[in-house]
Design a protein around this ligand. Structure first.
Ligand code: FAD
Length: 458
């Protein structure tokens, strides 16, 4: 089969050397390691379809991989050495940018930051934004239904996808690269593949919606005594600015403490409780005045205790760097167990309090690093623990509190291989059975990213 694949893809399209394959078999945190039979690097949809046909005939499992920035070890093969990694990185063309129809058509391997830059050249905005956008690829972004810091205003990736091209488990090509805002002609099948984490098919191209690039962007950092005041600030700013708020990040003092410790960067506001990073954007004048008025009100009413508005591009970058360095600072600090959870927005303060005290009772040495997209009810509730503390026990304590508040155990990072057992525990039986039904229909041999999202079944 390897010989046949080499004839199909050329020598550079098939990696079998252990050292060459190593980066494709380890996640970015260097905590999950697998082994692959080979790594395939096709250059076209036709090649992807041929690979899928071959693997289908031979019964070989496929692990699709984009930028390999998954937070849930979703793109790594298992340890058997019998799975094939299908990397989309060489399919990275920007096929078209349409500033009038406000769409962009991209191959799956195009890096998100490259796609955003291409849109900006035409005065258009692709608003999907998160820390790994310099490595994450469009196929991975679509397949994880990525969120990020602009969801509050623009929605998740799903809201941006107008069309998809997908190669199914048996090599069938579904060509839906349509640039349409309206298309109610039958079932909207692309929705099944968005967020399916490579378990149903290979995304080879996507058409994404663009927006006008806002002329004005105002970034502010504020300190608030606690998450309850953080939500009061969200409400006040929404009243003041309407839907101009594009990001509203709630960050604990502990998180910024880690950034200061490992990167030497200090928040430019006074406060030892919580912080809010707020960004507003619009093309009409008066945005800055609106943010200033909101800030003044928040300070007068005691909702916020201090605040700054960035005066320059470099100050804006410095404020965002504080937020973006949290994940890496946490990695430097030591072992952490990540919980990317969501609860209904008003329940966020109670969730934070309940989960923190539940942990303090059961695991007194645990330290909570909480930060995230509070405007979406999404918090990264990460727990720093010594190596002898069991991950499963900590996960259960946190996720039980999530469930008690009607939340989700994965707000935006997906299930991957990390959360398979947790999904089976917290999702209802009929919902799981429905998911298995979809999987069986589209991947009857169970060859697409096995062991991710759903546990394998007989
Ligand atoms: C520092 C950092 C910050 C992050 N912040 C956020 C955040 O704020 N919000 C957020 O949602 N995520 C975040 N992530 C997680 C991650 O970046 C996203 O999930 C991203 O969308 C993954 O893209 P990728 O190309 O790296 O996919 P990969 O990691 O390569 O793959 C992710 C999943 O998609 C599947 N897949 C990849 N490509 C394809 C394809 N073409 N067809 C079918 N399946 C495919 C893989 O099998 C895997 O299951 C962050 C990650 C890091 C490292």
């Amino acid at each position: 089969m390897i010989d046949e694949l080499r004839r199909l893809l050329g020598d550079s399209g098939v990696l079998t050397d252990r050292a060459d394959m190593a980066p494709f078999c380890t996640d970015w945190k260097n905590t999950s390691h697998g082994a692959a039979a080979c790594v395939l690097r096709p250059k076209s949809t036709i090649e992807v379809a041929a690979i899928m046909r071959l693997c289908h005939q031979a019964g070989v499992p496929i692990v699709p991989q984009g930028g390999n920035t998954s937070m849930a070890a979703g793109a790594i093969p298992d340890a058997s050495g019998g799975q094939v990694v299908l990397s989309l990185s060489r399919m990275n063309a920007i096929r078209a940018v349409d500033p009038v129809g406000m769409t962009i058509e991209l191959e799956a391997g195009c890096i998100l930051a490259t796609a955003k830059a291409a849109a900006l050249e035409h005065g258009r905005l692709l608003p999907i934004s998160f820390g790994a956008e310099g490595s994450a690829q469009i196929g991975g972004v679509v397949s994880t239904n990525a969120g990020g810091v602009n969801v509050l205003r623009y929605g998740m990736t799903r809201q941006m996808v107008l069309g998809l091209e997908v190669v199914g488990a048996d090599g069938t090509v579904l060509s839906g690269v349509r640039h349409l805002r309206k298309d109610n002609a039958g079932y909207d099948w692309k929705q099944i593949f968005i967020g399916s984490e490579g378990t149903l098919g290979i995304v080879t191209a996507a058409v994404l919606r663009l927006l006008p690039k806002p002329r004005y962007v105002v970034t502010a950092l504020l300190s608030v005594p606690d998450p309850q005041h953080g939500l009061a600030l969200l409400k006040l700013m929404q009243d003041e600015l309407g839907d101009a708020i594009s990001a509203f990040e709630l960050i604990s003092g502990f998180s910024f403490g880690l950034v200061e410790k490992h990167f030497g960067a200090k928040a430019p506001v006074v406060g030892d409780g919580w912080f809010v990073l707020l960004e507003a954007s619009a093309s009409v004048v008066g945005l800055r005045e609106g943010v200033e008025a909101g800030l003044e009100k928040a300070l007068t009413e005691g909702i916020a205790t201090d605040g700054v508005i960035a005066e320059s591009e470099s100050q804006t970058r410095a404020i965002w760097a504080l937020r973006e360095q949290i994940t890496e600072a946490e990695l430097k600090e030591g072992r952490s167990l990540k919980h990317d959870v969501s609860v209904p927005i008003p329940s966020l303060p109670a969730f934070l309090q309940d989960a923190t005290s539940a942990l303090a009772t059961s695991f007194p040495l645990a330290k909570v690093n909480a930060f995230g997209h509070a405007g979406d009810g999404n918090v990264h509730f990460n727990v720093l623990v010594p190596s002898d503390v069991g991950a499963r026990e900590i996960n259960r304590v946190v996720h039980d509190v999530v469930a008690a508040h009607g939340g989700s155990i994965s707000a935006e990072h997906g299930i991957g291989s990390y959360r398979v057992a947790e999904l089976a525990h917290y999702r209802s039986g009929p919902e799981l059975e429905f998911a298995r039904h979809i999987k069986r229909s589209l991947d009857p041999l169970g060859l697409m990213n096995p062991g991710k999202v759903l546990a394998p079944w007989d």
